[in-house]
Design a protein around this ligand. Structure first.
Ligand code: SAM
Length: 211
């Protein structure tokens, strides 16, 4: 019993350590925002309510490759890894080296791959990791403040890289991304999460399965 409690004391971080980790992560995110406000687009990471709602429709049993654009400091990474099958993979792509370095230091899971690059190059990145398609792609990109033409190019490349039956999951403060998704995705489901700072819109763009 004593031994068991002792082991728990080693594994469980205390309140001070938890606080240091939280503010450390928040501090890295905030620094990224200060340095590149238009590319980061938000001052506070997504809430757990947004994460739960966004990931709810994913068919995890049939997910071998999950891709995330704009992971920042990894708000979605652990929740995705917790749901992903043992033989699945998570590729996260971000243009900010500060975030990619942080993620590489904090995630040791062999299914996790952090790539410094642009979401516009998702097809090359997926192929370089030995996959033909992604099952799901999640985006936290600030579509409304990205440079001209980048948003539509990313949405088009995403449609091409997703397998039939898969989906593009997007959370955003404006509906800009939806208009880019509508160019290709056959069905778009809409949602809203008020318990987020600021409240955000959620979209699930579905690529029709082959008949
Ligand atoms: C709003 S933050 C996302 C925060 C995080 N996913 C969350 O839920 O808290 C947007 C992120 O998109 C990244 N980003 C911006 N343009 C990008 C692009 N073309 N390709 C990949 N990442 C990009 C930024 O560096 C930033 O990390």
């Amino acid at each position: 019993m004593t031994g068991h409690r002792g082991a728990q004391a080693i594994e469980q971080p205390n309140l001070k350590q938890k606080a240091a980790r939280f503010f450390g992560q928040w501090g890295v995110f905030f620094r990224g925002f200060v340095e590149h406000p238009r590319m980061v687009g938000s001052i506070i990471p997504s809430s757990r309510f947004t994460i739960e709602k966004m990931l709810a429709p994913v068919d995890w049993a049939n997910c071998k490759l999950f891709v995330e654009y704009g992971p920042g400091v990894g708000t979605f990474c652990q929740p995705v890894l917790d749901r992903l099958p043992r033989d699945g993979a998570l590729i996260v792509i971000d243009t900010n080296p500060l975030y990619i370095d942080y993620l590489k230091q904090h995630y040791r899971d062999s299914r996790f791959h952090a790539v410094l690059g642009s979401a516009a190059d998702v097809e090359d990145i997926v192929a370089a990791h030995g996959h033909e398609h992604a099952d799901y792609v999640l985006s936290g990109l600030p579509f409304s403040t990205l440079p001209e033409g980048v948003g539509p190019a990313i949405a088009d490349a995403t449609y091409r890289v997703i397998r039939p039956g898969g989906a593009f999951l997007v959370y955003q403060f404006s509906a800009k991304a939806r208009s880019y998704m509508a160019r290709n995705f056959e069905r778009i489901d809409n949602g809203f999460e008020a318990l987020n700072v600021p409240p955000c819109q959620l979209f699930w763009g579905w690529k029709e399965p082959k008949t």
